[in-house]
Design a binder for this molecule. Structure first.
Ligand code: B16
Ligand code: MG
Length: 221
């Protein structure tokens, strides 16, 4: 294992909750039912795809013009940015700071594969941006998760082959992307959405370099 590639929302910090609050505000405004269970289906997917999914769910796919959709996404992002402006290093999920230290000590490369355009800002707020050797720009990709592009680009930027990478995700779309990139997939969360992962942990505090190495060795590509 030469590199570990991280998802951001739901793995490094709990901004998944902020995405939920910001989308819920929009959904309420346009009278579309929106709860935490439906929000699960938006994890890891782009802003555009998320809005489309909400509109289809509410039977309103054809109701809004392109300009109106842009305005809804703008409004959601404004709300989201207000929420993330309050992030501090205390908002790192448990065990992540320790894991980053363990990886750095062993000279294992670290990259970020987040679908979020707000990712660099969030890494700065959490004061961990200098730990990352590469941060993929999701706007430069042809296809988002569950396609493998974002993880393959991370490996390319790090100068390692996909088979030498482990990647950590909290979303089903993310695990699918890691697997189709030919990488070792680590899922954080509930079994239901993580069944395709090579290693599954309930919470981020269960992650450690020792555990990754141990499961990596047992795994055959
Ligand atoms: P933004 P990840 C994803 O981040 C989120 O899980 C997803 O809910 C969000 O819609 C997407 O980023 C885009 O975020 O609106 O900030 O560009 O899980 O890939 O780190
Ligand atoms: Mg995520």
């Amino acid at each position: 294992m030469k590199a570990v590639i991280f998802d951001l929302d739901g793995v490094i910090t709990d901004t998944a909750e902020y995405h939920f609050l910001a989308w819920k505000h929009i959904a309420d405004q346009i009278h579309i039912p929106f709860d935490r269970s439906f929000n699960e289906s938006l994890k890891g997917i782009s802003r555009e795809k998320s809005l489309e999914t909400i509109l289809v769910h509410g039977g309103a796919a054809a109701k809004y013009s392109k300009a109106e959709k842009q305005a809804l996404m703008f409004q959601k992002n404004q709300h989201y940015q207000t929420l993330i402006s309050k992030l501090t290093p205390k908002d790192l999920l448990p065990g992540i700071s320790r894991l980053l230290c363990e990886l750095k000590n062993e000279n294992i490369k670290i990259a970020l594969a987040s679908s979020s355009r707000n990712a660099p800002k969030i890494l700065e707020r959490l004061e961990i941006i200098d730990d990352f050797h590469a941060v993929v720009d999701p706007t430069a990709l042809a296809k988002g998760k569950p396609e493998p592009d974002i993880f393959l680009t991370a490996a390319l930027l790090l100068g390692v082959s996909p088979a030498e990478c482990a990647a950590i995700e909290d979303a089903e779309a993310g695990i699918a992307a890691i697997k189709s990139a030919g990488m070792f997939a680590v899922g954080v969360g509930h079994e239901r959405s993580m069944h395709a992962a090579d290693l599954m942990v309930g919470q981020t505090c269960d992650l450690s370099l020792d555990l990754l190495n141990e499961k990596w060795k047992q795994h055959s590509f």
